[in-house]
Design a protein around this ligand. Sequence first.
Ligand code: AMP
Ligand code: TRP
Length: 328
Amino acid sequence: MTKQRIFSGIQPTGNIHIGNYLGAISQWVKRQDTYDNIFCIVDLHAITVPQDPKVLKTKTRELSGLLLAAGIDPKRSVLFIQSHVCAHSELAWILNCFIPMGWMQRMTQFKEKSQKQKEQVSTGLFDYPALMAADILLYNTDVVPVGDDQKQHVELARDAAQRFNSIYGETFKLPEPVIPEVGARIMGLDDPTQKMSKSETASNHAINLLDSPDVIRAKLMRATTDSLKDIRFDENRPGVYNLLVIYELFSGKKRKEIEAHFAGKGYADLKKEVGEVVVEGLRPLQERYKELTADPTHIDSILSEGANRVRPMAEKTMALVKERVGLG
Ligand code: AMP
Ligand code: TRP
């Protein structure tokens, strides 16, 4: 039996945090044996908002190192940079011509991001989901593992594929989003009603994968909770709930067991213990990251090999699409 294909992407911007790790990266790592995997560092998505060229390049290399350190294994998964395979931009343009404006206007992420930027908003930011649809559809993807915030975009990719197929005949496979049951939405430590986000700059908002143990502990000690006392998984108490979910995912323990463990303890104990599981959970990743980045040419060769592996697949899809549309 051939394995189903997974495709997913992540932007090389900001600092990668435990939300990205628990909601996306660790889910990818976990499924490497069961699926045929393609992971993409989406630098073309990153430039939908202003970027400093030097920083973008540095962040792209940093993210590659982090993904490899987190356990993405180049023997079992392809890792590559989006802009290295030009079919992504090419298919995005073609899909643009088939995706109604009204579908794009419904995208909640655009509404949120554009409100933050006001008149600086680029056409690329609006059109972002067409490029994401291209990423997914180029590779006959079956499954797209993402955090909760990307579900709507994957559904748009599926709708775009369906629309194209209904006009031109079977061309694209219809992808399915897969959202983790727990961890799909890790919340900000400073404000547990907001999703932990790379673009948030408050110093106590996110735990970044490269934060030192002391920084991790300090951030958790300052996490916003509530004025109640008991420590239970109660979604109506977002601060404590978020800390417990982080503890659950890093410790691998069951909820009942966790509640029993914290019975009679206070929030200071909770924060301290969450700090310890996060520090210990990230330690191997941070050590591996140091080793890997000691030789940057090694990472570059993995990335160029990755692009070489996927380029022929993307070109094959492009040839079919162009044929269908009557281009050339
Ligand atoms: P981004 O930070 O937008 O590049 O997201 C990369 C991946 O991490 C996507 O699959 C997101 O859905 C996921 N992700 C981002 N923020 C969170 C969060 N706070 N909780 C869980 N998953 C997240
Ligand atoms: N838009 C996604 C995010 O910000 C990243 C992304 C780009 C992606 N292309 C993709 C995710 C294709 C899954 C599949 O998180």
